[in-house]
Ligand binder design. Structure first.
Ligand code: ATR
Length: 271
C-alpha cells in the first residue's frame, strides 16, 4: 500500500492530509496520507528513511521547504528558481526528487477561477517579498506578465528579489503601493496580512479598477478584507484556498497515478 505524507513543524494545522485523504477515498485508491511532525534536527534521518518504509512521496511545509533541497538527489529547475521545495517523490531506485508546485498551484487557481485574465495584457502588482512571493514571481514571469510592481514593508527584500529575478520587476515603496494599482490586470497579496490573528492589509484600494483581478493567498479566512473591498469595487476576486488545492495535484498524480480533480467537493472537505 503506497504511503505519502506531509513533513513540517508544527504540522497539526496542515490541510494536506484532508485534501489527499479526500482524493484517495474518491478515487478508491488503496493508500494513506499522514501528517508527519518532524523537527529540523531529525529531517535528514526521516527523509532518508521514508522511501524504505513504503513512502512514495511527501509534501514539505514550514520550516523545511529550503533545507530539504540539500537532501534530494535531484532538484527541479522550478524549485531551484523559487529556492524552496514542497513536493518530494521517492523513485523506485531510491532517488529523492524535489520539486516546487506552489507556482503551478497559483497559476492553475487563477486559470480555473478567472479564465478571462490575460497575464500578458498589463502589469501585475504583488504585495510581499517572502517565500510565497518568490513562487508567485516565478510563475508570473513564466506566464509572460510584462511588468511586475513589487511592494514590501521591508523594501530591501523586494530589491533583493528584483536583482535575483530580473528587469521585469519594479520595486514600489510600501507607502506608495496604493498608487500603482490603476493599470494592473492583477493584484496579489502574498503577505500574511489579513490572516486570522494578523493585522489587516492597509494599502489604500481606491485606485483599483473594476477590471482588475484581485487574488489573496491568505485563505483563513476565505473572504479576506482585501477580497471583500475589491469585490465591493466591482473587481473579480479569487481566494487563496484554490492555490493550496491546485499545488497538491502534481504530487498526488506522481505518487498515486491519477490526476485528481479540484472542485467544490474538495473545497468542502478541506475547509
Ligand atoms: P511566506 O512564506 O508566507 O511568504 P514569509 O517568508 O515569512 O512568509 O513572508 C511574510 C511576508 O509578509 C513578508 O513579505 C512580510 O513583510 P516583511 O518582509 O517586511 O517582513 C509580510 N508581512 C508580515 N507581517 C507584516 C506586517 N505586519 N506588515 C507588512 N508586511 C508584513
Amino acid at each position: 500500500i503506497p504511503l505519502a505524507g506531509v513533513i513540517g513543524d508544527p504540522i497539526s494545522h496542515s490541510k494536506s492530509p484532508k485534501l489527499h485523504g479526500h482524493w484517495l477515498q474518491r478515487y478508491g485508491i488503496e493508500g494513506h496520507y499522514i501528517p508527519l511532525h518532524v523537527t529540523e534536527g531529525n529531517l535528514a534521518t526521516v527523509v532518508r528513511a521514508l522511501p524504505k518504509m513504503g513512502f512514495v512521496g511527501a509534501n514539505v511545509t514550514i520550516p523545511h521547504k529550503v533545507s530539504v533541497m540539500s537532501l534530494a538527489d535531484q532538484v527541479s529547475d522550478r524549485a531551484i528558481l523559487i529556492g524552496a521545495a514542497n513536493t518530494l517523490t521517492f523513485k523506485e531506485d531510491g532517488k529523492i526528487i524535489a520539486d516546487n508546485t506552489d507556482g503551478f498551484g497559483f497559476m492553475a487557481n487563477l486559470k480555473e477561477n478567472a479564465p478571462d485574465w490575460d497575464p500578458k495584457a498589463a502589469p501585475a502588482v504583488v504585495f510581499g517579498a517572502g517565500g510565497a512571493a518568490r513562487a508567485v514571481l516565478v510563475a508570473l514571469a513564466d506566464a509572460g506578465v510584462p511588468e511586475i510592481l513589487l511592494s514590501n514593508r521591508t523594501r530591501p527584500k523586494a530589491e533583493a528579489l528584483k536583482s535575483e529575478f530580473g528587469t521585469r520587476i519594479k520595486v514600489v515603496d510600501w507607502v506608495q503601493a496604493g498608487n500603482v494599482l490603476e493599470d494592473a490586470s492583477l493584484v496579489v497579496n502574498t503577505t500574511s496580512l489579513g490572516m486570522k490573528g494578523q493585522p489587516e492589509l492597509r494599502v489604500p484600494l481606491d485606485g483599483l479598477n473594476a477590471d482588475t483581478l484581485v487574488n489573496d493567498l491568505v485563505y483563513s479566512p476565505i473572504q479576506t478584507q482585501l477580497l471583500r473591498t475589491a469585490s465591493e469595487m466591482g473587481c473579480k476576486t479569487v481566494d487563496g484556498l484554490g492555490m493550496l488545492l491546485h499545488q497538491a495535484v502534481p504530487g498526488f498524480e506522481r505518487w498515486f497515478g491519477t490526476t485528481p480533480d479540484v472542485d467544490e467537493d474538495l473545497r468542502r472537505a478541506v475547509l
